[in-house]
Design a binder for this molecule. Structure first.
Ligand code: NAD
Length: 311
C-alpha cells in the first residue's frame, strides 16, 4: 500500500496565464461572425498590412497574422514597399488603402526605416480603418475613456487578466514601459478598470522599490531579464508582454519575455508565459477590431447608398 509520504512531492508552480485557449475561443466566435458578415455583404473584409522594407522578425509575425486571417475568413493583403521609398509615397499608398472599399483595416508594421517619420505615416491612416489604435484620434478617445480602436497588445495584456478572473479594481497595478503602443495605453486601460496605476520607465530610479509594491505587474520594456524574483512580492500577478530573441545556449535562439521566469516562478501567484501568453491574444483581438471596422463601414456605405436612392 502506498503511503502519502512515499509519493513524489507535488511540483508547486505558479498559475500560468496562457493566452492560446482564450485566443482560440475569440477566433471561434470571429469565424462565425465573419461568415455572417460575408453572407450579409457578399464578401470577406480585407486586412491590409503595410510593410516598408523587408525585416526578418516582421516576416515571422506577418506570416502568423496572415495565417490567423485565413483561419477566421478574412482576406489578408500584404502591401510590401521597398525601403528606398519616400515618406510621401508611403502616405500615398496608405491613402489608396483608405479609399479602397474592400479594405476594412490597415496596420503598418513597425519599425519603419529611419528616414520615414512615424508621425506622418500614422496621421495618414483613416481613423476608421486604424484597427491597432495608433492614430491620434483613437489614442485621444482612449485617454478620454471613449470608444475607439484600442492598441491590440495593450488590450491583450488587460484582457488576459480579466478573462482569467483576476480582479483589477482597487489593486496596486505597476506598468513597466510607457510606449504609445503598449505601456501607455495599457496604463490607461488599467485605470479604466479602476486599478491604482503606477507607470515606470527607463528613467525610473530603483525599479524594485516600485515593483515590490505591485499586486499586478505588467512588464513591457523589451529588456530580457529586467524583472527578477527578488523584485517581486509573493503572490503578485505578472503579465510579461516582452518578446525578446536571445541565444539558447546551444547555438540557436529562443524567445523570452522581460521577466526572469526561473527566479520569478517561485514568488509569483500567476504569470503569463513567453511565448504563449499575451502574444496569441493580440492577433485575435486585432481581428475582432477588424470585424467592428468592417461592419461600421459596410453599414455606413449602405446608408449612403439608400440616401442617394431616396434623393
Ligand atoms: P519600446 O521600446 O517602444 O518601449 C519600451 C519602454 O520600456 C519605454 O517606455 C522605456 O522607457 C521602457 N524601458 C526600457 N528599458 C527600461 C528599463 N531598464 N527600466 C524601466 N523601463 C524601461 O517597446 P514597445 O513597443 O512598448 O514593446 C515593449 C515590449 O513588448 C517589447 O519586448 C516588444 O517586443 C513587446 N511587444 C509584444 C507584443 C505582443 O503581442 N506580445 C506586441 C508588441 C510589442
Amino acid at each position: 500500500m502506498s503511503d502519502a509520504r512515499d509519493a513524489a512531492p507535488a511540483v508547486a508552480g505558479p498559475r500560468l496565464l496562457t493566452g492560446s485557449p482564450i485566443a482560440a475561443e475569440i477566433r471561434a466566435g470571429l469565424t462565425e461572425d465573419f461568415a455572417a458578415f460575408k453572407e450579409r455583404w457578399g464578401r470577406a473584409p480585407t486586412l491590409a498590412i503595410v510593410l516598408v522594407g523587408a525585416d526578418a522578425p516582421s516576416a515571422v509575425y506577418l506570416q502568423q497574422i496572415l495565417r490567423t486571417c485565413a483561419k477566421v475568413g478574412v482576406e489578408g493583403r500584404l502591401v510590401e514597399i521597398g525601403a528606398e521609398v519616400t515618406p510621401d509615397a508611403v502616405c500615398e499608398e496608405i491613402e489608396r488603402l483608405n479609399a479602397d472599399p474592400e479594405v476594412a483595416g490597415i496596420i503598418v508594421q513597425m519599425p519603419l526605416p529611419a528616414h520615414i517619420p512615424l508621425r506622418t505615416v500614422i496621421d495618414s491612416i483613416d481613423p476608421a480603418k486604424d484597427i491597432d489604435g495608433i492614430h491620434p484620434r483613437n489614442a485621444g478617445l482612449l485617454s478620454l475613456g471613449y470608444d475607439g480602436f484600442l492598441p491590440a497588445t495593450a488590450q491583450a495584456s488587460v484582457e488576459i487578466l480579466k478573462r482569467s478572473g483576476i480582479e483589477i479594481a482597487g489593486k496596486r497595478v505597476v506598468v513597466i514601459g510607457r510606449s504609445n503602443v503598449v505601456g501607455k495605453p495599457a496604463a490607461l486601460l488599467l485605470m479604466r478598470e479602476h486599478g491604482t496605476v503606477t507607470v515606470l520607465h527607463s528613467k525610473t530610479r530603483d525599479l524594485g522599490h516600485h515593483t515590490r509594491d505591485a499586486e499586478i505587474l505588467i512588464v513591457a520594456a523589451g529588456r530580457p531579464g529586467l524583472v527578477t524574483g527578488e523584485m517581486l512580492s509573493p503572490g503578485v500577478v505578472v503579465v510579461d508582454v516582452g518578446i525578446n530573441v536571445v541565444p539558447d545556449g546551444q547555438g540557436g535562439e529562443k524567445l523570452v519575455g522581460d521577466v526572469d521566469f526561473e527566479s520569478a516562478r517561485d514568488v509569483v501567484g500567476a504569470i503569463t508565459p513567453v511565448p504563449g501568453g499575451v502574444g496569441p491574444l493580440t492577433n485575435a483581438l486585432l481581428l475582432s477590431h477588424l470585424l467592428r471596422a468592417a461592419t461600421d463601414q459596410a453599414e455606413r456605405a449602405a446608408r449612403q447608398t439608400a440616401a442617394e436612392v431616396a434623393k
